[in-house]
Design a protein around this ligand. Sequence first.
Ligand code: BF8
Length: 627
Amino acid sequence: MSNEIDQKVNERTIDKDEKQTLKRTLEEDIETAWDRLEEQQPQCGFGQLGVCCNSCKMGPCQVDPFEEGPQRGVCGADANLIVARNLLNDIAAGAASHSDHGREIVETFYETAKGESQGYELLDTEKLKNVAQDVGIEVEDRSDEEIAKELGETFLAEYGMIKGGLDFTERVPEKTRKIWNKAGIMPRGVDREVVESMHRVHMGVGADYTNMLLHGLRTALSDGWGGSMMATELSDILFGTPEVTESTVNLGTLKDDMVNIVLHGHNPILSDVVVKAANNEALVEKAKEAGANGINLVGLCCTGNELLMRKGVPMAGNMLNQELALATGAVDAMIIDYQCIFPSLPQVAKCFHSKIVSTSEKSKVPGAVHKEFHPESAYDTATEIVELAIDTYKERNPQKVEIPCEPMEMVAGFSVEAIKDELGGTFEPLIEAITSGQIKGVVGVVGCSNPKVQHDYGHVNLAKELMKKDILMIETGCAAVASGKEGLLVPEAAEMAGDGLQKVCESLNIPPVLHMGSCVDCSRILTLAGELANALDVGIDQLPAAGAAPEWYAQKALTIASYFVASGFYTVVGLPPNTHGSQKVTDLLTDDLEDVVNAKFDVEPDPKVAARMIERHILSQREELGI
Ligand code: BF8
């Protein structure tokens, strides 16, 4: 039995620090995503190939991939259309999620500008002016509040815009914009693109798979250069633009002598105020009266990344660590907002004293305590939740607490502005390192954890392989956290890199993997790519650069991969987007798209092979550029 458990643990993760907790879940029957994946086997083959359609109620229909059974659904859709329709649906869901999160940031920003929110201020007024000027707002002789009010109104209008193109497309290199115009994918407001996607997937509308998928690219672009970019930029103005910061990561960030509050989800609006409340002397005193040594805040997923980037709050882990964090028995309250939150969390919490606290009207979870959050009463709600965590701590059973490891050191906070600062105020040294060949190229490694992949295996091995090849990584989301847990987010990790990258890292004292933030912060990768391409007077598609998502699972990650490709990045994903049921769609994604946006997807589960594919692409880009 114990051997069987050990084998399972080793198959499930490469993270040596979480193995003990994973083992505990198996020994004590605490159900996790890995167990549920096992129970789901074999997963539906039609679904995996993308040839199952449940859109309209003449169905559900399935197309037989072996051409023996039905080749069309009741409406007449063939495999190409069904696969494309499912894919467009996923891309639209991903764009909607990021961008609706972005909308809440814009709304809070706007309320703050009008003095109607509680616990927020315009923290980075220099960035406020820069962003305002970027979108053509007058800043001379105006107060910060006046500028912010107009910026808030402009961005709110941007969602359902009625003018030609998104304001931030001004940041897109001219050559890339030409490609979009020619392909008919210049993005408009994300509300419009998502609604149009939903229209196109309705029965009897989109019937041409290429036409459907080009709209998928447009929808993804409206998220990347629209909703997500607005989320990033306004979060920076409200909560501070990230600067390089030291922190720690893994389950060892939980403390057996403190009130542990885990902040999980994606939106920094509530969690930022929770940080303020947890620093309130009266509440710290209350925690001490309850017998703890203080209040320990840690993050999970992208809410965690937001707090890490701006405030150095330690990270308990990435997506697959959410149930494991609870399984340490040390979590008093896990505060959730939305996205990537397992609905099963209250079941795991029930095995201990822990409370799950839901805060979003959009994401209520049965079994959680619901404390609905609104910007105008943010601080009061945050205080209430911290008090609840302190009360819950009193019920903790110290005998049941098992924190498996010591925290790992890491460095984060690499916003575009912070990277520029590290380089001495100009991108010139980075461009010089790239053109001289010291750094061969830059890869955005992004995306999730997925129990179908041994936890962190894809991220860690891709990063290690690429750094050996003198390729610098810029990472976000769960990819960055995986690198952090493995010790790749410290300058010393450059010892594993090739000579050229190692020298650059040493001279700048930076890690070979730069943590750029949450998943909406993939927009930082776009902004950086735009800056580098403009400096070299090329399109983004000509850069010695690529994208990768080795362990992705979420529709959001698919949207990111799609706007990477549409922006011009060759992008390798570790799992297929359930499209293999159509050879034509597969060919379009992995080949024909090159004729449209000069970039394409590839699917490669083995990170070592993926690293070679990326290197090959980067070397050929360099050759084309003559560097
Ligand atoms: O937005 S990387 S598992 S946590 S979807 Fe989710 Fe994927 Fe993690 Fe952040 Ni992004």
